[in-house]
Design a protein around this ligand. Structure first.
Ligand SMILES: *Cc1c(COP(=O)(O)O)cnc(C)c1O
Length: 454
């Protein structure tokens, strides 16, 4: 393998190149995003596939990580190993989901569950790479704006690296599970009186002013790490790509990263066929959906984005251009789903024994919606019932248990002023699948009566 990494501006009429060791998040010349690019060729693709597979049984620490097992595809070399900050992230399962498949009107549906990571979300795939790069550069502190999972992940990896972590979160708008993680890992936690988009704009400035290493998905090293989600998936599928890969879209870092992985895998000869990428957004936080479906050249921002799926409650996604590129390259599509559709889809996944946080369930909701419209999406996209689909679930069920209990006890509202308790609730969601806990006297006969003698 002989790939030399460099940092390149994504803007077609700029394309300036920078050193891989430069601490840059945007192109100094034009202000657009940067990405890591590679010079060189991959030889002996089949033997690399074999090597990746064999590393699964190795005890050598980078081999045990579902990210660093694929290190030749990342901008690091063997001399960088002392800097690696890893917790055996990745290694997430691919699960059959027959009930969810039927619900979506598909013959078969498989789930890749990224919530089974050290901090419970896919952010660990990117964070191990971003924090390793931070340590390589000698950074002593890192920062991010977050709807919760980025901060949980950053806080954990910084703690392991002995670095200070500063997180900016929108006040009252992140799930409690996620907030508790940042606190537990010792991050300095700043609650901004504003939404994610406000926090994101601030953190870029504050990081620049105070010299904090920024690990939002604007950081190209994060997106490189998240590429390995697809290397891992393809390895698990014996390099037989599915027809379609479905993913939730928030800040659109992950969609961009998956698109980049597909593009590189095709270019380097790992894949002959490219799966179509389907990105699903919540109706109240749907800037990519608006932009894509109307074929706009500029982002259709959504001021004051709204959804209970807080991980994707973002109206001004940083990586929207990269996401559009991913849709164009793969022949993909973008869908939007309602709050009720998200909540019911999450419950159906539960019936398959697969828990997730609300944002992840947009995938199943989006597939069902698409199939109920005859499989036809925008720009010639279509999905037939026999096609091989993998849905990417992004976060763990226990991130947001409040949402789940409210759903099953029929007190989930689309809108509320959420502090610790929910206040001023309105627009109740009508669940398709109630499951209330039952209160019973501490008495055997009473319990038998309630259970109908079984
Ligand atoms: C971060 C996150 C998303 C959104 O990913 P983007 O890269 O911001 O589009 C979706 N689901 C979960 C659980 C997340 O943590």
């Amino acid at each position: 393998m002989n790939l030399t990494p460099w940092l390149g501006c994504i803007r077609p009429d700029c394309r300036r190149a920078y050193e891989i060791s430069d601490i840059l998040y945007r192109c100094p010349a034009c202000g657009d995003l940067l990405e890591i690019q590679y010079r060189g060729q991959v030889e002996n693709v089949e033997s690399w596939k074999e090597t990746f597979r064999l590393r699964r049984s190795s005890n050598y620490f980078p081999d045990r990580s579902g990210v660093w097992r694929f290190r030749e595809m990342l901008p690091f070399c063997s001399a960088d190993e002392p800097h690696l900050v890893t917790m055996e992230e990745g290694n997430t399962p691919v699960l059959e989901a027959p009930r969810s498949a039927r619900y979506c009107g598909l013959a078969r549906l498989r789930i890749k569950h990224l919530g089974w990571n050290p901090t419970g979300s896919f952010k660990d795939y990117g964070m191990t790479v971003a924090v390793s790069q931070a340590r390589k550069l000698g950074a002593t502190s890192a920062a991010c704006a977050s709807t919760g999972n980025t901060s949980a992940s950053m806080a954990a990896y910084c703690a392991r690296a002995g670095m200070k972590a500063v997180v900016f979160i929108p006040e009252g708008q992140i799930a409690y599970g996620k907030l508790s993680q940042s606190l537990d890992y010792g991050a300095r936690t700043i609650q901004i009186l504003g939404d994610f988009d406000v926090a994101m704009a601030l953190v870029e400035e504050v990081s620049r002013d105070l010299g904090l290493y920024l690990v939002n998905s604007i950081n190209p090293f994060r997106l490189e790490g998240q590429k390995t989600i697809l290397y891992e998936l393809m390895d698990q599928l014996g390099w037989n790509p599915p027809d379609c890969i479905v993913v939730p879209g928030g800040n659109l870092g992950n969609s961009s990263s998956l698109g980049k992985a597909l593009q590189e895998m095709k270019e380097w000869g790992f894949l002959q066929k490219v799966p179509r990428l389907l990105i699903v957004q919540a109706e109240g936080a749907n800037p990519l959906y608006r932009t894509w479906s109307a074929d706009r050249a500029q982002l259709e921002e959504v001021p004051h984005a709204r959804t209970l799926a807080t991980a994707i409650k973002i109206g001004r996604p940083v990586s929207w251009q990269k996401a559009i590129r991913a849709l164009q390259f793969s022949g993909g599509d973008c869908q939007q789903v309602s709050e009720t559709e998200i909540a019911d889809a999450k419950s159906v996944l539960g019936q398959d024994g697969i828990g997730c946080e609300p944002a992840s369930a947009t995938t199943v909701a989006g597939l069902r919606k698409l199939r109920s419209h005859g499989g036809r999406g925008h720009h010639d996209f279509s999905l037939s019932p026999e096609e091989d689909v993998v849905a990417i679930l992004t976060g763990h069920q226990l991130k947001d248990p409040d949402y789940t209990v409210r759903y099953y006890t029929d007190i989930l509202y689309e809108s509320s002023t959420q502090k610790v308790e929910w206040e001023n609730c309105s627009a109740k969601i009508n669940p398709a699948f109630l499951n209330r806990p039952v209160q019973v006297k501490a008495d055997k006969r009473e319990i038998a009566r309630i259970l109908g003698g079984c």
